[in-house]
Design a protein around this ligand. Structure first.
Ligand SMILES: [Zn+2]
Length: 404
């Protein structure tokens, strides 16, 4: 080891190499600060009186898989220029940490491909230290997202853990970045986010969302000028849920055994898009048989297929006419479930048609939600919710190993 190797390989400059010892599998380098670099940490004056030393150890990047420590007496100085009495600065580390900056960068590099557990094991350091390194890095990168130019958003909820626990996730549709994560799914959850948006003077144009009243209320209260666009996939999904309920009800009411059996086998077929029905498994024929036996079910099924066309119209007026026609047919069907659904759509008409002004959806959030599901299997999601949120914000661009 030499002073220049310290500088070239470990990024430690301004220090003189003193000696090396090996102890319990560890390599320990001793260095000293070069006299000419000792100065006041406050005013940088070299006119200082030495007032004792404090020996510190810093972890360095390992050599050949073995831990390496750097031992250094840190000088305390009294400044003749400004009067401060302080420890001098350490060039290669944050004095509050037990490792060098190079070690930190190395740990972050490894984190791109390895789990926190793996990195900790490889470096012979605790899980918490690696987590802290990641957390500080994520805070620097994603703690305060730039919101000024944000104009198109998607908001959705995601259930986490077991039981009724939710996160509200907000995505910037222009670049796919998660810009906010809140706990819960009430409208108040978004309050801090609206504050940040207003501080950034963002001009929010449109928000894609489910027909969840809390989110609707939140946008209407804080950004009344922004268009609300109800996500087409959520609308169809909601219809599918109602269709399933209807089928179950009709199956329960069916009196003869054959009828019951036919109904029972159609649950998944009803939810499939017709173009996905499997001919080899006779799915189309089985579905048609069930629909033939059941008029209300058939009506609901065909109206579902029609509903998907709401988002395939030539323009907004055509879509408006289409929606009105669909609602009229649903009302005329006499089927309670369809009449209720028509009412729901009528109550959300402008947000459904707003798709033709802003053809956006919460679709881009689906990929993020899948990744969050992977993240949430890790215990740290719940031990440190702030870390979990930062991990979510970093999802779109970090290549960090998802599992921790
Ligand atoms: Zn000074």
């Amino acid at each position: 080891m030499s002073t220049s190797l310290l500088y070239q390989s470990f990024g430690v400059r301004g220090y003189r190499y003193v000696g090396t010892r090996f102890e319990g599998g560890r390599t320990i380098f001793r260095v000293e600060q070069e006299s000419k670099t000792v100065c006041c940490p406050q005013c940088r004056s070299g006119n200082v009186i030495r007032r004792g030393q404090w020996v510190r150890e810093f972890r360095m990047v390992p050599i050949g898989g073995k831990p390496v420590l750097l031992v250094l007496p840190i000088q305390r100085v009294e400044c003749r220029s400004c009067g401060a009495v302080r420890q001098v600065k350490v060039a290669f580390a944050d004095v509050r940490r037990s490792y060098t900056r190079a070690f930190e960068r190395y740990a972050l590099d490894l984190s791109k491909r390895m789990t926190i557990k793996d990195v900790a094991h490889h470096l012979g350091i605790s899980w918490d230290v690696i987590k802290d390194i990641q957390k500080r890095h994520l805070t620097r990168r994603f703690g305060k997202p730039k919101l000024k130019r944000l104009s198109l958003l998607a908001i959705d909820e995601i259930s986490i853990g077991h039981g009724q626990r939710y996160l509200t996730v907000v995505l910037n549709l222009s670049n796919g970045a998660v810009v906010f994560v809140g706990e819960g799914r009430g409208s108040w959850v978004l309050d801090p986010f609206w504050r940040q948006l207003k501080q950034a003077h963002a001009t929010l144009e449109a928000v894609a969302m489910d027909m969840w009243p809390a989110y609707i209320a939140a946008v209407q209260t804080h950004f009344p000028g922004a268009a609300i666009v109800f996500d087409r996939f959520h609308v169809v999904k909601l219809f599918n849920e109602k269709l399933s309920d209807l089928r179950r009800e009709l199956q329960r009411e069916a009196t003869d055994v054959l009828h019951k059996k036919v109904m029972k086998g159609t649950r998944w077929l009803l939810l499939k898009n017709p173009e996905n029905l499997d001919e080899h498994r006779n799915e189309r024929a089985r579905l048609e048989e069930a629909l033939r036996l059941n008029q209300p079910l058939a009506t609901a099924y065909y109206l579902k297929e029609d509903l998907r066309q709401l988002w395939e119209q030539a323009d907004k007026p055509a879509a408006g006419a289409f929606l009105d026609d669909w609602m009229a047919r649903a009302q005329a069907s006499g089927v309670r479930m369809l009449k209720d659904f028509a009412k729901t759509l009528a109550g959300h008409r402008s947000g459904l048609l707003a798709y033709y002004d802003y053809p956006i959806s919460t679709g881009p959030l689906e990929g993020t939600n899948t990744k969050i599901k992977v993240l949430q299997h890790q215990a740290y999601g719940f031990r440190d919710i702030e870390f979990f949120k930062l991990k979510i914000k970093g999802l779109h661009e970090t290549k960090y190993a998802l599992v921790g």
